[in-house]
Unconditional design. Structure first.
Lengths: 185, 665
């Protein structure tokens, strides 16, 4: 007799259930910012939601019409404002809703990465990826992976310090300096 | 100081189960500039929308954040509601706390924190939002239908009957698609050609339809209401105006041994041919790859015998540009070829079934051609190898479909029914023959479908075996089918004369390339994606492009026809107005700052950037700046990110809006 092998194989996502049951608490929760295009990756993230997939809650999503709209300055500012990791994600090459926006974005970031490296940002904190509207699973993977990677790297200090003028202009340690500073309109 | 209203939706329990909505509302109240915050069970419902409208008026709000589902779902709903209360709709933003928060996180604390932060970011953004006015653009009332199968034909006829002009483009020399190849159709067993060919003739005779056969889409420019579509008309080598369709050329062509793909290579055709006798248009095509004249320069028989002098060897591919307002994509399907897998495909083949090696292992479409009265055997079921009548035929279902290990996980939907039909056709033609079907499940939802399937077993003698087949091999002139019967728990071995594989339905090869030209999205199998699986099943996310038939997913004839008529109705809705309103998400140039470097012009995928001259009153040229044509601009914003002097701004996604969001991180 042959058993109903086909049936046994299909039974249950037991593995996933166990994975969700035990959630580890970490000392450091990184802040992730995702710059995504509305047509592919935003829709992919929506699909992850409608499919009730689970991923770390560290990511904040900013919607753009196209990755081509994303100015590198946004990335710098996000690092300054407390992001520990940044994800830029759009349509797969050739699938851009606006034909070529993602190619412009890709070229821009290829150059921009070099600049970031030059000024001392660990490029592991910045990820560029393609996630289509049909790839809810990939969105979960990319976000989970980046969260974990950045978590293991620890907080990003370099840019946050730039927020404080004193770090680069020198301390206002004399009374004259302080007075002059406060006189600035 | 802004007066912003924040409305938080429970979405029944979808959001409130994991997000503490009351806490989010309390936190929102404390954000500077927020004048009003509340939560409600269903914001999108009528009372919810009224709550919003009332608050806009009572609280004198100048910006709104609705924290609910994805903006892709309900942004329009809330913008409309705000508009009816007198607020500019573009001062409304949605915070996605369902798809991006409550559904993907289980921890209540984490989800609540995230939801609060998302709301804060959007509040900061909405403070920077500007009032925008929709742009009106004229609509070209001409539709393009891509694909001349039953779906494309139905859509074209419906739109044309409504009085609008339709351009129908078909890749093959004749319209008709797969339905023209079928013998009889389930569940009524009416002859496919009998119901199909009159419709094909209707298309050819319709005054509102321009038919481009043997043509392909070369390029698509523009946007909803105003597409410019370049169509490549492949050289037919026969002048369509002169040809009378007498067929002498085909009869005299000395090269007659070319396998006819319409007959699944079972029949032969000449080098100058129509794919099938009822072809529309009934004008032959010269297959230049196989024609002796094109190969060696000798022959030219067809030209000599053609009375009207229609054969023209010098014809070249021709590009035609059509102005189009709406596009219906109906490119259909093809059957998964298990013999040779397409290049670059992630799908694994079925070497164990010997398709392509054992001549009597055929696919479903080949069986259709065998059973068709106009087919290569004149409707007799004969084996391809020796032309004998098969006494035992085994049908295998789910070949390719529902086989995750082979790369396709979806159900092809039509195979259960057409296999049941095949067993009937076989029984009608070979009375003492025996049909066996190996199946996983019989999926027969549809009007009269289950009755039909039962009839194949109860009245037509088909034997259904639940189980899979592991291997097929040739033994003498028989094919041994080794399978299992899981109901009885035994191994089964059948010596069959012929094996028919119900191979999976796949999108047409090159479907992805066409999607890229149209700017529409497609799934991992290259089926085209609809804007919403339930509520917008015939529209693409790209405005002005609609879907019909199996290019979207496996479908039978009634489903394809229904969807085609639905797509036609959508096109007619669009054409009912002379102008349509477009989202005002377009780029604008600040003349003062522009230094006329025209980087924006280089990166613009739409060619929307033009050079504008600024002159003083005397007409002296002061400077040249960039100008964005709002009718052409697609709103991607690539120009803005590339502008070195920061002189371009994309409305709806300005630097201030995005920076405000980042500041609120």
């Amino acid at each position: 007799m042959i058993g109903p092998i086909g049936l046994i194989r299909r039974i249950g996502p037991i593995k996933e259930m166990i994975m969700h049951a035990e959630k580890l608490k970490h000392d450091f929760e990184p802040k992730l910012v995702a710059f995504v295009c509305t047509w592919c990756t935003y829709a992919g993230a929506d699909l992850a939601g409608t499919s009730r997939m689970q991923y770390p809650s560290n990511v904040r999503v900013l919607k753009f019409p196209c990755t081509g709209r994303i100015d590198p300055v946004f990335i710098l500012r996000a690092f300054q404002k407390g992001a520990d990791g940044i994800l830029v994600s759009g349509c797969h090459p050739g699938d851009c809703h606006y034909m070529a926006g993602n190619f412009h974005a890709r070229r821009r970031f290829a150059t921009f990465r070099k600049l970031l490296e030059f000024i001392g940002v660990d490029l592991e904190r910045l990820q560029f990826s393609w996630v289509s509207a049909a790839e809810g699973g990939k969105w979960v993977e990319v976000v989970t992976e980046l969260t974990e990677r950045v978590r293991s790297m620890g907080p990003m200090h370099e840019f946050k310090e730039l927020e404080l003028e004193e770090c680069w202009s020198g301390k206002l340690d004399t009374a004259e300096l302080k007075e002059a500073y406060e006189a600035i309109p | 100081m802004s007066r912003i209203g924040v409305f938080i939706c429970h979405c029944g329990e979808n959001i409130s189960r994991t997000v503490d909505v009351e806490r989010v509302a309390k936190a929102a109240e404390k954000i500077s500039g927020v004048a009003y915050a509340c939560e409600y069970k269903y914001m999108c419902s009528d009372p919810g929308q009224n709550l919003l409208k009332k608050a806009v008026i009572d609280q004198n709000l100048d910006g709104i954040v609705v924290a609910a589902c994805s903006p892709r779902m309900h942004e329009k709903t809330f913008r409309k509601a705000a508009q009816s209360a007198g607020l500019n709709p573009y001062l409304v933003e949605m915070a996605n706390i369902r798809e991006h928060c409550s559904w993907v996180h289980e921890d209540r604390e984490e989800a609540t924190t995230k939801a609060t932060e998302i709301v804060t970011m959007l509040v900061e953004r909405v403070k920077m939002n500007k009032k925008l006015q929709p742009i009106t653009v004229p609509v070209t009332k001409r539709a393009l239908v891509i694909g001349g199968g039953i779906a494309g034909i139905q859509a074209a006829l419906d739109i044309a009957d409504c009085g609008h002009h339709v351009v129908l483009v078909e890749r093959e020399p004749s319209i008709g698609g797969h339905m023209a190849q079928l013998s009889e159709t389930f569940p009524t067993l009416d002859c496919s050609q009998c119901i199909m060919t009159p419709k094909m003739v209707d298309v050819a005779n319709h005054p509102n339809i321009t038919l481009h056969t043997y043509s392909e889409i070369e390029n698509v420019d523009g946007y909803i209401g105003n597409f410019q579509v370049t169509i490549k008309k492949k050289a037919r080598s026969v002048d369509m105006d002169k040809c009378t369709g007498c067929g002498v050329c085909m009869a005299k062509c000395p090269q007659k041994k070319i396998p006819n793909s319409f007959d699944k290579d079972l029949g032969m055709r000449p080098a100058i041919y129509v794919p099938f006798p009822q072809a529309v248009p009934n004008t032959p095509v010269i297959d230049r790859e196989n024609c002796t004249y094109f190969k060696s320069g000798k022959c030219g028989v067809c030209q000599k015998v053609c009375g009207p002098g229609a054969v023209d060897y010098t014809q070249e591919d021709q590009l035609v540009v059509e102005d189009i307002g709406a596009i219906v994509v109906a490119t259909g399907f093809e059957l998964y070829s298990i013999g040779e897998k397409p290049k670059g495909s992630a799908i694994k083949g079925y070497g164990e079934f010997g398709h392509g090696k054992i001549p009597d292992v055929i696919d479903g479409m080949t069986f259709e051609r065998l059973a068709s009265a106009s087919g290569p055997t004149g409707g007799k079921i004969l084996r391809p190898s020796d032309g004998k009548e098969p006494q035992q035929v085994v049908f295998l279902q789910c070949v390719g479909s529902r086989a995750r290990e082979k790369g396709i996980s979806y159900c092809s939907k039509i195979c259960c029914m057409y296999t049941a039909k095949h067993t009937m056709l076989y029984h009608h033609k070979v009375h003492d023959g025996q049909a066996y079907v190996f199946f996983m499940d019989a999926r027969t939802p549809g009007k009269g479908y289950d009755e039909f399937w039962r009839r194949s077993i109860e009245d037509e003698n088909a034997v259904y075996i639940r189980g899979a087949v592991s291997r097929l091999y040739q033994k003498g002139d028989k094919i041994v089918v080794m399978g299992s019967d899981i109901a009885l728990g035994i191994q089964v071995e059948i010596e069959a004369d012929m094996v028919v594989l119900a191979t999976a339905v796949q999108p047409r090869q090159g479907a992805d390339l066409l999607a890229q030209k149209l700017g529409i999205s497609y799934d991992m199998y290259n089926f085209y994606s609809e804007a919403h699986a339930k509520l917008r099943p015939v529209e693409c996310a790209t405005a002005g492009v609609y879907l019909a038939g199996a290019c979207q997913g496996p479908k039978d004839i009634p489903d394809s026809v229904s969807q085609a008529s639905a797509a036609a109705a959508k096109v007619m809705t669009l054409f009912a107005k002379d102008e349509l309103e477009r989202e005002p998400i377009v780029a604008k140039v600040n003349d003062k700052n522009c230094v006329a470097c025209f980087y924006c012009k280089k990166v613009c995928p739409y060619g929307a950037v033009e050079e504008k001259e600024i002159r003083d009153r005397q007409g002296n040229l002061i400077k040249v700046v960039a100008w964005v044509n709002p009718g052409v601009c697609g709103g991607c914003g690539t120009c803005q990110a590339s502008c070195p002097s920061k002189s371009v701004e994309l409305d709806g996604y300005t630097d201030e809006q995005i920076m405000a969001q980042i500041e609120a991180l």
